[in-house]
Design a binder for this molecule. Structure first.
Ligand code: FAD
Length: 408
């Protein structure tokens, strides 16, 4: 088979490349080893429940959604509440943005986990970051998030009970050693937009992006085993020739030479249960503020986006602390931990669990603009690992990869 461009990997980066080439009228083939597009943005459907692979959200403030012409309205997004319920010794306390969650004003002001100085510093940080260009947030690269929070003046109590469980669930590492640049970016995105879930699960995003590509150009279930100059060979013995080969394969071995800044991956694990009650969480995520046990954070995605559970039921999502593994065998024990955390007994049906070993790339230095790798003549590679772990970076990397072809 002959084409102009081979894109290996139909995650968000690869799909974005295909979108740009499609608009430019360039012939391409988008290949993926998996039988559904989306890469790490994946969802399973079980007995009327929608199970995302890991706790994932769409942040409505990501500028690349606009830059890539992605119409978020088509996803019928529904937002999480702006804040969290902190569970400490079986008691919840709602800590939220009082400008958005008016009912949480009192509980936030008089939280046992945040002093007045912590609230003032949070406000000050919001003001500072909202006035900073996103690119400049990435100047803060040499300091860890943990050191930044301490130096900024937040109390140890607030750091331990709020920042640690909240950002562990995002960075997928517990010591908050992730560069403060990533913290600044995520904090700023939550301030500028909402964390939201699409109707139909997170996979609705790649599905929507792919729906505008001609089916004959998207070849799923073909794992690329070999790359030669001007050709790839798949496990299905398909040989495709093209002058341009773009690798959008995440941190898999295919991208080996383009990952200079890469230092392994962070893993994620999540368990799902069908339950009958709301646990008082509403649209908030629940944090294990005490830090004990294996559970990091919980949420009820069906309270945010009703389509995540069948009528009359709720979906409980339980994320474990980074590095731990979820299994069917420990599903009962994890539900018991949640009961202890929220101080209520739960009638739960185990639905399934996911462990994602290469969930996020561990990067020593982060940069806002992805650095596209050029390992050999005619071959380029990129993805979130080229910048910082986020859908925003993956989209931008896709645009830049496509531009390499357009410029040639
Ligand atoms: C649990 C979890 C939670 C997350 N939460 C968020 C979040 O809330 N917000 C956010 O912005 N980001 C989040 N992310 C990160 C975000 O999902 C990634 O940054 C983004 O999806 C990366 O896209 P990508 O296309 O670069 O890579 P991938 O999604 O890894 O895509 C790579 C693709 O290449 C394919 N591939 C690999 N090797 C081959 C081969 N040899 N032949 C053919 N195909 C191959 C793979 O099958 C895969 O489909 C999360 C990720 C995880 C796992």
């Amino acid at each position: 088979m002959e084409t102009q461009v081979i894109i290996v990997g139909a995650g968000i980066t690869g799909i974005r490349v295909a979108q740009v080439l499609q608009s430019a009228g360039i012939d391409y083939r988008l290949l993926d080893a998996e039988t559904v597009p989306g890469g790490r943005v994946k969802t399973n459907f079980t007995n009327g429940y929608t199970l995302d692979h890991g706790f994932q959200i769409i942040n409505t403030a990501y500028p690349e959604f606009d830059n890539c012409g992605i119409n978020l309205q088509e996803l019928n997004l529904k937002p999480y509440a702006s804040g969290a319920k902190l569970f400490f010794n079986g008691k919840p306390n709602t800590l939220a943005d009082p400008f958005r969650e008016k009912n949480a004003l009192f509980s936030s002001l008089f939280s046992p986990h945040a002093g007045i100085k912590d609230l003032w510093l949070t406000y000050k940080l919001r003001r500072r970051l909202s006035n900073t260009a996103l690119q400049s947030l990435f100047d803060q690269n040499t300091q860890s998030t943990a050191d930044f929070l301490k130096d900024f003046g937040f109390s140890q109590t607030f750091i331990q009970r709020f920042f640690k469980p909240f950002y562990s669930g995002i960075f997928l590492e517990r010591e908050l050693q992730t560069p403060a640049a990533m913290f600044a970016f995520v904090f700023s995105m939550f301030d500028r937009g909402y964390a939201a879930l699409p109707q139909g699960g997170m996979c609705a995003l790649p599905a929507m992006m792919c729906s505008k590509l001609p089916a004959e150009k998207v070849l799923l279930g073909h794992k690329v085993l070999q790359i030669e100059t001007g050709a790839v060979v798949t496990d299905s013995h398909l040989r495709i020739n093209a002058p341009f080969i773009l690798l959008a394969t995440g941190t898999s071995v295919m991208n080996e030479t383009g990952r200079s800044n890469w230092n392994g991956n962070h893993s994620a694990s999540v368990l799902y249960y069908g339950i009958d009650t709301d646990l008082g969480l509403g649209r908030y995520i629940g944090l294990n503020a005490g830090g004990d046990g294996k559970v990091n954070l919980i949420s009820i995605p069906s309270n945010v986006q009703a389509s995540y559970a069948p009528e009359g039921k709720k979906l409980l999502s339980v994320s474990l602390w980074p590095g731990l593994t979820a299994t069917e065998q420990n599903a009962h024990a994890m539900l018991k931990e949640v009961e202890k955390m929220v101080g209520q007994s739960i009638n739960g049906e185990f639905l399934g669990c996911f462990n994602i070993p290469a969930a996020l790339p561990k990067l020593d230095m982060l940069q806002y603009e992805p650095q596209i790798g050029h390992p050999a003549e005619g071959i380029w590679c990129g993805g979130d690992f080229s910048a910082y772990p986020s859908l925003n970076a993956a989209l931008r990397a896709g645009t830049l990869l496509a531009e390499r072809v357009l410029q040639s």
